[in-house]
Design a protein around this ligand. Structure first.
Ligand code: S3P
Length: 445
């Protein structure tokens, strides 16, 4: 995103009923991992259904700068020729990850296991995000980092390890990015690298490492945890990747159809990974009418078509243990909660403070600025649903795509229009969002 570009405001007006079928873009987590694992593999990786959003483009550019061949071969079709584990070349310029925390943090893991120097940078949002949590384990594995601002913020320069060490790492926060960074660095280390997570997070890296030929074992610990053991120095081989529809993007159309009276839509090909489906579980507990039809396996992930109908629903208590399975979905759940009858309490949202924006504050401000009663209590977000929302607000999106899309969903059902100050960042994860929503019945201008 060009930092000098003028803001692009967008207004959503009460509209609908929503009708029709809409295919959401490819999953962001799997698209970025396909590029990075493809770059670390020997031979060709052909990706279909790729997310062609800005986070994927900046990650693709970084993989090219590190020596891989990455090219677009058709619509949502990409080809990567990798350089092999620990085979990255030193990039000539700083790697610019734009708004993408996932691209940046996973690439840091991959670079940590290569004897090269690389500088990591990003936009003003990414420059505020904490990197210390990633640097701590990578430094234990032998990487060195310099030019850090307070808390290990970007821009920073990493000297990857010549002889990376395998570690046993207990993750202090539930983060798939942190887990993945350690596993990607562990690829280059001899022996076994172990990551222990107290609460399981999305497991795409584990599944895909196996798909590319690594030897990896996953064991359950306690009620919610996992222990992942990776054998280092495998020969990763390029492998075909089919990217399923992103459930985190489908969430916006899904909630819009639930809250706009008379709506009925179909969302085909949405990924149903159990570590990503906390929103679906929660909406069903609230009484939402979402039918899961035609479940099938595509490229190693379950996908299904979702039929969503508008209905009345109620507020619920969302347990903290569910947070890792819906970490990106709280802003849009908060919109649904405003249209529920009764209070929704979403517990344990500390991690929301370090997303593309402080999403706990930004979500509360989005709701209160549109007449919805909301409170933050410690790490909990509490929304007092009244089955309706006044609207009429101008929402500050703080360079955060999910805040922008949540506000534009609210405006489809609120009494007065809702305007976002800048819709440009939506293109990081959901290119074509406004067109897709208009095709279903949204009034955006
Ligand atoms: C992601 C992990 C999550 C999520 C992000 C994508 C991933 O971040 O918020 O959008 O692809 O690994 P954390 O790992 O920081 O929780």
């Amino acid at each position: 995103m060009d930092p000098a570009a003028p803001l692009s405001p967008l207004t959503a007006r009460r509209s609908g009923p929503f009708q029709g079928t809409a295919r959401v873009p490819g999953d962001k987590s799997i698209s970025l991992r396909s590029l990075i694992l493809g770059a670390l593999a020997v031979g060709e990786t052909r990706i279909t259904g790729m997310l062609e959003g800005e986070d994927a483009i900046s990650t693709a550019n970084a993989m090219k700068a590190l020596g891989a061949t990455v090219e677009r071969t058709g619509e949502k079709a990409w080809r990567v020729l990798g350089v092999g584990v620990a085979g990255f070349a030193a990039p000539r310029a700083a790697l610019d990850f734009g708004n993408s925390g996932t691209g940046c943090r996973l690439a840091m893991g991959a670079v940590a296991g290569c004897p090269i120097v690389a500088t990591f940078d990003g936009d003003a949002s990414l420059r505020t995000r904490p990197m210390r949590r990633i640097l701590d384990p990578l430094e234990k594995m032998g990487a060195r980092t310099r030019q850090q601002a307070d808390g290990g913020r970007l821009p920073l320069t990493m000297q990857g390890a010549r002889d990376p060490l395998p570690i046993v790492y207990e993750a202090p926060v539930p983060s798939a990015q942190l887990k993945s960074a350690v596993l990607l660095a562990g690829l280059a280390a001899p022996g076994t690298t172990v990551v222990i997570e107290k609460e399981a997070t999305r497991d795409h890296t584990e599944k895909m490492l196996k798909h590319f030929g690594a030897s990896l074992r996953v064991e359950a610990i306690g009620d919610h945890g996992r222990r992942i053991t990776l054998e280092g120095q495998p020969e990763l081989e390029g492998a075909p990747m089919m990217v399923p529809g992103d459930p985190s993007s489908a969430a916006f159309a899904m909630v819009a159809a639930l809250i706009v009276p008379g709506s009925e839509i179909l969302l085909p090909g949405v990924m149903m990974n159990p570590l990503r489906n906390g929103l679906l579980t929660t909406l069903k507990e609230m009484g939402a009418t979402i039918e899961i039809v035609a479940t099938r396996n595509e490229g190693g992930e379950d996908v299904a078509d979702l039929r969503v109908r508008a209905c009345a629903f109620k507020g619920v208590d969302v347990p903290a243990e569910r947070a890792p399975t819906m970490i990106d979905e709280y802003p849009i759940l908060a919109i649904a909660a405003a249209f529920a009858e009764g209070t929704t309490r979403m517990r344990g949202l500390k991690e929301l403070r370090v997303k593309e924006s402080d999403r706990l504050e930004a979500t509360a401000a989005l709701l209160s600025g549109n007449g919805v009663a909301v409170e933050i209590e410690g790490d909990d977000l509490i929304v007092h649903g009244k089955g309706r929302a006044p609207g009429g607000g101008l929402v500050k999106t703080h360079m955060d795509h999910r805040i922008a899309m949540s506000a534009l969903v609210l405006g489809c059902a609120s009494e007065q229009p809702v305007t976002v100050d800048d819709a440009a960042f939506i293109a990081t994860s959901f290119p074509g969002f406004a067109e897709l929503m208009r095709s279903l019945g949204a009034d955006y201008s």
